[in-house]
Design a protein around this ligand. Structure first.
Ligand code: ZN
Length: 388
């Protein structure tokens, strides 16, 4: 399987990146002709980092005829994130620290050690305050001939204009759910019907579709969430439903981070030469405290991500309701909940559905703005109750 096969439903972008790789191999001056900074944008789940990794792999590929062969050492290590000349940068924090970016700038100055290129692949390039962006800007402005920066962000507007103007931009679109399902069947050997329903439910988010298709419990959780609106009769139900959603999100986030947190802490203690459970000398306590704070931030972000996903799922439900109410000739996102959707559609007007979608949208915004999650979700649930 070529590295490009992972980049689902993005024929135009793949063609652009492929051409760039081919051109970079033509003659001595080719390195100079190569664009040294790329900005890869696209909505969540469109596969920004997948596309960036495929590009990095194709740049490092050692196959003379088919760059991005997917079989050679260059391809496989670049995809796995272990290639010596591919630096992957991402963050679980809200923004990158300036101290995290500085070392990258000096690293980018060095020639590749074994590959054709030194590739600096930065996910979350939108998570930089201006001061940090300016540090990066220096590196992106004047890269050495064999260095390529790949910056990923949701949209071009999410990065500073000065950086954007130095980059060649490629934009990914939301892939067709059929293309996503096809990949799940081909690559992961999943059942075709489950794959298609999951791809639709995940609104073509590849990672999420895969999780849904592989994990019956995840599908069950999603179905339970989408059954919530139908069960809300009054304000009391709404408040209860909000509390339950917050608890579930917290539990999901904990399950996702707990194991990793413990492993990280054990490793830090080992590196500090301390046994777990013994008292640390004061000089070392600071480091442990720093780690614990990072982990807490990560847990908060994980919980916010789970909640945001729930909001997106609820929006998809009301979007389907509206589709039915307006008699629009488009496919439902929630094909497995068609009965539920029709019931909700029959029991309300399109205006009410739009107001409910607005309420979910407002809750999303408030969560993004760090409003206490319970308050935001309660207000939303109350707005979802049946209106006379
Ligand atoms: Zn290869």
């Amino acid at each position: 399987m070529s590295v490009w096969d992972q980049v689902v439903g993005q024929e135009e972008v793949v063609a652009t990146l492929r051409d760039a790789v081919l051109a970079s191999r033509q003659g001595e001056d080719a390195a100079r002709a190569m664009t040294h900074a790329w900005l890869i944008t696209g909505p969540p789940g469109s596969g920004r980092s997948v596309a960036a990794r495929a590009f990095a792999a194709a740049l490092q590929c050692t196959d003379p005829d088919e760059p991005g062969c997917g079989r050679c050492h260059g391809c496989t290590t670049a995809l796995a994130g272990t290639h010596a000349d591919v630096t992957l940068v991402s963050t679980e924090k809200v923004t990158f620290l300036i101290e995290e970016i500085r070392p990258l700038v000096s690293q980018a100055q060095r020639a590749p050690s074994q590959g054709r290129w030194r590739v600096m692949l930065m996910e979350d390039a939108d998570r930089m305050v201006e001061r940090t962006s300016n540090v990066l800007l220096k590196a992106v402005e004047e890269p050495p001939p064999r260095t390529v920066w790949l910056l990923c962000a949701p949209s071009p507007e999410d990065v500073l204009t000065t950086i954007r103007s130095r980059c060649r931009a490629v934009h990914l679109r939301v892939p067709d759910p059929r293309a996503v399902a096809d990949l799940l069947v081909r690559r992961d050997g999943l059942d075709a019907d489950v794959a298609l329903a999951s791809a639709r439910a995940a609104q073509s988010h590849v990672g999420l579709a895969r999780r849904l298709a592989r994990d019956p419990e995840a599908r069950q959780r999603r179905r339970r969430l989408l059954a919530v609106p139908a069960g809300i009769r009054g304000v009391g139900d709404a408040v209860l439903a909000a509390a339950e959603l917050i608890d579930t999100a917290a539990a999901d986030a904990r399950a996702a981070t707990e194991e990793r947190d413990a492993a990280e802490k054990a490793e830090l203690l080992r590196n500090l030469g301390a046994e777990a459970g013994t008292r640390l000398p004061p000089a070392l306590r600071g480091q442990v405290k720093q780690l614990e704070e990072d982990q807490k931030r990560r847990a908060t972000r994980a919980q916010r991500d789970v909640l945001d996903r729930a909001m997106v799922d609820l929006l998809s439900l009301y979007r389907d309701v509206l589709v039915v109410q307006l008699g629009a000739d488009v496919e439902l996102v929630n094909t497995d909940l068609a009965d539920e959707v029709r019931r909700l559609a029959a029991g309300s007007t399109p205006e009410q559905t739009v107001r409910r979608m607005d309420a979910v949208g407002v809750a999303r915004e408030r969560l993004g703005a760090n409003v206490a999650p319970l308050l935001a979700v309660e207000a939303m649930m109350v707005a979802l109750r049946p209106q006379g």
